[in-house]
Design a protein around this ligand. Structure first.
Ligand code: GDG
Length: 734
């Protein structure tokens, strides 16, 4: 598959610049790490790159053609206003600060979120237009977190990978993010989701669990109908983009200049985008502390700070820029002498030869982000030290720290100790320096960006292969056309519909899942066909079902998993009468669990007692549920009662109250039915599926294995296809 399939890379920005020279359009490929990594892979697989070209206005057709022909790039059109709200708005003022654990900098506006959805939709259309069967799609970064889900809807079988270049925050921080649940669900559309570090991956898993109630193992998560692979895959650099420059005359000329300028002094280099996550003010204050606490460095050490302007339209970046400028003039004013400037500040991007010369020349690289996905500067500096010179001082909060243990690690928030570590770096023995640097250098060269790209695609191929091979084990997707044919041909039909998680979405509290008017209308339309016998079969109390759905003409109801039922056209409930004495001994146990976990609660039904713990921290809730079930199983062993674990509930009920038994009771009803449909989402529905005749249309809602013959992904799809059955004109698209 790897060699025959094309690769579609999708990122916010294209790796090309579109420039107009004397009325003529030309394109220039950027030498960024990602472009360098993807170029050989794209060449080999014959793929394309889809993204925004950076043009502020709509590109003319000739420029679009040029991008396609010369660079295999496809430009996504993002009008200026949309771009501002999507990119500067939600992506850079909500996602960026929050994912870097700066919740106080979060700025959320719902119109920015709408723009984020719209921009992701535009990317989705561009990819779908380009996609050919067999292609692999690789989506990059936080700008496009909804895209995997949108693509999955549009092209269900596509191979989709997603890589997050920035950190994934702890779940308590992530939970602050408005619309975070939608983002998580969006990313889960991918087959493979990869992060720089294992810690980011763990954070993601915890958010899935706490916000969506989705369980995962260390490298996999069960999404509706599919397994999604999770991986920690640290990005590398393209070594030749740096080592290859060392002998170039331009680099040598720059080196000469540096030697002349800083002769007799030690140089500490820092290279950052001017971003608050990179910790520039903290570094400057620490440098001031270093000069105060170690006066022997006065006149002997220079901090060469290269700061590339970034996101200058955003207010907080302008403030940062002023703060940095002020700090530098303060420190230079306080310590500088006529022949020594402590901090040399370059506030612009420099050329690649200049950058390589600086890396090669500097005695120390001081990389001190407060939070960073990876930090490529650390790796680039190390790549430029093939002889083992130089010392890397590295923040423990950069993803790079996870694999660069030989660096001198710092906590950039602790200025005193960081100053001490920088002083140590300045005095490190030659042997220790070399040992540390050579180990780092070798690893950076080996774990380069090509190895990263190959490994990502290999994992993606493997995951998709498994998905395709295992697909038959899970029920296949419901063939709605066939179902509709069978429905229309039948003279008598029986429809058994579960309620929660099937007709309505699961809610945190049972009484929040009330039916809406659309649902009542839908059911009324189904029951209005005299050929139909429609029953809602639920775990709910009879009284609830009656109150909510009792007014729908000719709708049958079955309550408490089939313990009692009311046939269509009748208002009389049938079934056993409830024996309730046992509740007095079980209730105190459940109350004890409620006391231990405020937020959980007990629901009392006629035949059952239920402990609900959906709003409890997921891991703690599951752990308590296991304890509760074990306790109740022992206590109830001699009775007809059993504890049953459902979706964030433990329900104690008689063994005979189940939907399978109901199926037997209803057998006379469906004896003459030429069409039987049963839909449900949880374990209680499995009993029903197992008892139905073989040719019945049993449909499981959501992921995971099931005895049902078919699967649909969610409640929206359920309503869609039921609605379709009610249409007179069968060709009408929904
Ligand atoms: C995101 C994540 C993750 C900088 N100044 C100049 C210059 N640069 C180049 C560096 C380096 C790149 O810019 C910066 O990369 P970082 O990794 O430090 O940071 P982000 O831009 O924030 O990138 C980050 C990365 O994605 C990859 O996954 O590591 O954590 O935030 O390559 O060399 N290049 C030139 N002149 C400069 O003045 N030529």
């Amino acid at each position: 598959m790897a060699d025959s399939s094309r690769l579609i890379v999708v990122s916010n920005r294209l790796p090309v610049a579109l420039v107009r020279e004397g009325g003529e359009w030309t394109t220039k490929r950027s030498a960024g790490g990602l472009a360098t990594a993807m170029d050989p892979i794209l060449k080999r697989a014959g793929g394309v790159w889809i993204g925004w070209s950076g043009a502020q206005e709509e590109e003319p057709q000739e420029a679009i053609e040029l991008l396609r022909q010369e660079q295999s790039c496809i430009a996504v059109d993002l009008p200026a206003e949309l771009l501002e709200k999507f990119y500067e708005g939600y992506a850079n003022q909500a996602l960026w600060p929050l994912f870097h654990s700066f919740p106080s900098r979060l700025h959320f506006a719902s119109e920015n979120w709408e723009a984020y959805i719209e921009a992701n939709r535009r990317f989705c259309s561009a990819v779908a237009d380009e996609f050919r069967p067999g292609d692999r799609i690789w989506v990059h970064d936080y700008h496009l977190m909804l895209l995997p889900g949108m693509l999955r809807e549009r092209i269900p079988d596509a191979a989709i990978g997603f890589f997050l270049h920035i950190p994934f925050p702890g779940s308590d921080i992530f939970s602050i993010l408005p619309r975070g649940e939608e983002l998580l669900a969006g990313v889960l559309g991918a087959d493979l989701i990869a992060f720089h570090t294992h810690l980011h991956l763990q954070h993601f898993r915890m958010s899935l669990r706490r916000l969506l109630g989705i369980e995962s193992t260390v490298d996999r998560v069960e999404a509706p109908g599919r397994e999604v692979r999770l991986q920690a895959l640290p990005i590398g650099i393209a070594p030749d983009e740096f080592l290859g420059y060392q002998d170039k005359p331009e680099t040598q000329a720059e080196l000469e200049k540096l030697r002349a300028q800083y002769s007799g002094r030690k140089v500490i280099v820092a290279v950052d985008r001017l971003d608050y996550t990179k910790g520039l003010p903290d570094r400057l204050r620490t440098f001031r502390r270093l000069l105060s606490s170690h006066p022997e460095f006065i006149g002997k050490v220079v901090l060469l700070q290269i700061a590339v302007p970034s996101r200058e339209n955003i207010g907080s970046y302008q403030e940062l820029r002023s703060e940095v400028h002020e700090l530098i003039s303060e420190i230079n004013g306080e310590f500088g002498t006529p022949d020594w400037v402590p901090i040399v500040y370059i506030h612009r991007g420099i050329s690649r030869p200049e950058l390589v010369a600086v890396y090669q020349f500097a005695d120390i690289a001081w990389v001190s982000p407060l939070r960073d996905g990876m930090n490529l500067v650390a790796k680039e500096y190390v790549a430029c030290q093939p002889d083992g010179n130089g010392v890397l001082v590295l923040s423990a909060f950069a993803g790079a720290a996870a694999e660069m243990g030989e660096a001198l690690l710092i906590n950039p928030f602790d200025q005193e100790r960081t100053a001490f570590t920088v002083a140590r770096a300045l005095d490190l023995s030659e042997d220790e320096k070399r040992d540390r640097m050579l180990a780092l250098h070798e690893r950076v060269i080996r774990n380069n960006v090509f190895a990263w790209g190959d490994r990502f695609l290999m994992l993606l191929d493997e995951t998709v292969k498994i998905r395709r091979e295992h697909a038959p084990e899970r029920p296949p997707l419901l063939p709605v056309d066939e179902l509709e044919d069978a429905y229309r041909k039948a003279a008598r039909r029986l429809l058994l519909l579960d309620y929660d998680g099937t007709l309505v979405r699961l809610a945190a509290r049972p009484n929040e899942a009330t039916p809406d008017d659309n649902l009542r209308n839908l059911l009324a339309q189904l029951t209005s066909d005299p050929a139909n016998c429609v029953m809602v079969v639920s775990g709910r109390r009879a009284a609830d079902l009656e109150r909510w759905l009792g007014q729908v003409p000719h709708l049958g109801l079955a309550a408490e998993h089939g313990a009692r039922w009311r046939l269509p056209g009748s208002t009389a409930w049938q079934g056993r009468s409830a024996e309730t004495q046992w509740k007095d001994s079980v209730r105190p146990i459940l109350e004890h669990f409620v006391d231990r976990t405020p937020g959980s609660f007990i629901e009392e039904k006629e035949f059952a007692l239920v402990w609900h713990y959906r709003t409890i921290e997921a891991e703690f809730g599951d752990w308590l549920a296991t304890e509760l079930v074990a306790m109740l199983e022992g206590m109830l062993a001699e009775t007809e009662l059993r504890p049953y674990r459902g979706n964030k509930v433990v329900e104690v009920k008689p063994m005979w109250a189940n939907k399978g038994a109901l199926a037997s009771e209803l057998a006379p009803e469906y004896a003459g039915a030429g069409f039987i449909l049963a839909i449900g989402d949880d374990r209680t529905d499995e009993d029903l599926f197992a008892r139905l005749p073989e040719d019945a249309w049993s449909v499981h809602v959501g992921g995971g294995p099931s005895k049902a013959r078919y699967n649909v992904t969610d409640t929206v799809r359920v309503r869609e296809f039921l609605y379709r059955l009610t249409r007179q004109d069968r060709k009408t698209a929904i």
